[in-house]
Design a protein around this ligand. Sequence first.
Ligand code: GLA
Length: 393
Amino acid sequence: MTIADTISQAKSAFCRHFEADPVYGAAAPGRVNLIGGHVDYNDGLVLPLAINRYTVILGTTNDTLKGRIFSSHCNEMFELDLNGPVREATSSWKNYVSGVVFGFVERGIDLAGFDAVIHSAVPVGGGLSSSAALEVALATFLESTSGNQIDKVEKALLCRRAENEFAGVPCGIMDQFASVFGEVDCLVKLDCQSQHVELIEWPGDDVTVLVVDCRSPHQLVDGAYAERRTQAAKALEKLGEQSYRDVTLKQLESKQSVLSPVEFRRARHIVTEIDRAGRCAASIRDADWKTAGRLLGESHDSLRNDYQVSCTELDLLVEIAQEIGVEGGVFGARMTGGGFGGCVILLVSAEKSASISKSVLAQYFTGTGINASTFTTRPARGAFNFLVDDAST
Ligand code: GLA
């Protein structure tokens, strides 16, 4: 599925629902995180990349004070008052929309009424940040219709707030930053303490990312994610520190007795993962795929054993990948995203990716009876807007 396909499907949906041609367009990608799992809300370093799957919003302005937006995924229309968007009682895609509109209203930006469709190629519920793609696509669309460009950091934070406060999902800042800042062939190295972004070029064409969806749905709203956040914060407080960036493994080990066993494990994951993410960024800069792959494996072990956010399906996929090994073209693998289901990423030799994918799918089916799905991606372009007539993007 190319971005052009997604735009063309969105265009048909718009014409069908509004009996007019769309004028403004915006697209925002989902993401995978190469390394730095569950450290974005712990002042850590993360290394996501935008993927070649986009959420597209197309539309026109209208002369009312209402936004009318149709979701092709939910086959549902939502009409909202642009002066005072409110949170819906139920968990719904509409809350993401209201939250983003609220962010514009709060900044005093005059929004014209609009008619729009949302059409997405980012799988929902697979841990690829379909919600961040929706928020960022909408913010980018509203930038066009209002003629107001927002600073990129501010835009990512506005979208994250929509997710936290309107959708009620207590996520960190990574997904929205990846969707906003992604660039072709670049990893987004994000320092979540300073919110500084550095782009790291993906060296050469030999290695690519294979994404495998284990097809066991994840649930972020579920208490486990929030519970990890609380445990991590509690451990930091007991360590008497302001930030995990000030804690070394040595210090942590020397203070083990002040923490409960669970808190100690959570903190150990965070401290070691921040270190791994920094080293992984350096090894990718040097095109040292073996070291990068090894760090991915260590990250998975730590997420499974210390942070306890993996599940049997993800573990099995990582095991299968590790058995194929460097000889077979797999440099490393780990779960990505929030966990408890969702996707695993493999760093693989580009020329062997098709055969690796086949072998992983077959072995996984033998082990679980589940048909997983895969796609390959290189780091893709972050959010952008366009005029629909020029949409040969
Ligand atoms: C989810 C959240 C992110 C991040 C990851 C774990 O994807 O939305 O903010 O915390 O989990 O790394």
